[in-house]
Write a protein that binds this ligand. Structure first.
Ligand code: CO
Length: 136
């Protein structure tokens, strides 16, 4: 079941500059950065309860986020629904015809399990499903 809007992610070409903007200009609490090898992405989280802002930047210049930045510069990249049972949600949505970017969840930030729904299944919006570590 989907239980919350976990975060909204913005792809940024200049990671340090964007972190500074959200900390200093917007005055948000900065939780820190985390590299997610499985997604070739560096992340920075700014909790803004009941959700968070996630900045994403390519790790070592590779991966899907690098391709996104090349094509579009920065931008709103995805939103993320928190799930209390990601396997059940995947199965339910697959049965309704939703396509996913992977066959199974992979490790995400904060030891979560994550999977992305293909944007063409959702009017062009990339949606992440995320099951936090304490719920699996
Ligand atoms: Co995300």
């Amino acid at each position: 079941m989907i239980t919350a809007l976990d975060h909204i992610a913005i792809a940024v070409p200049d990671f340090e500059k964007a972190i500074k903007r959200f900390m200093e200009d917007f005055g948000l609490e900065f939780e820190g950065t985390e590299d997610v090898e499985a997604a070739k992405t560096s992340t920075a989280f700014f909790p803004l309860p009941p959700t968070s802002i996630e900045l994403i930047h390519p790790l070592r210049g590779e991966g899907a986020v690098a391709g996104y930045l090349e094509k579009r510069g920065g931008g709103l990249h995805h939103l993320c629904f928190r799930s209390d049972d990601i396997e059940a949600d995947i199965e339910r949505l697959k049965a309704k015809g939703y396509q996913f970017l992977a066959d199974a969840p992979s490790p995400g930030a904060h030891n979560s399990k994550v999977i992305f729904i293909h944007p063409k299944s959702c009017d062009g919006v990339l949606i992440e499903l995320n099951q936090p570590a304490d719920e699996h």
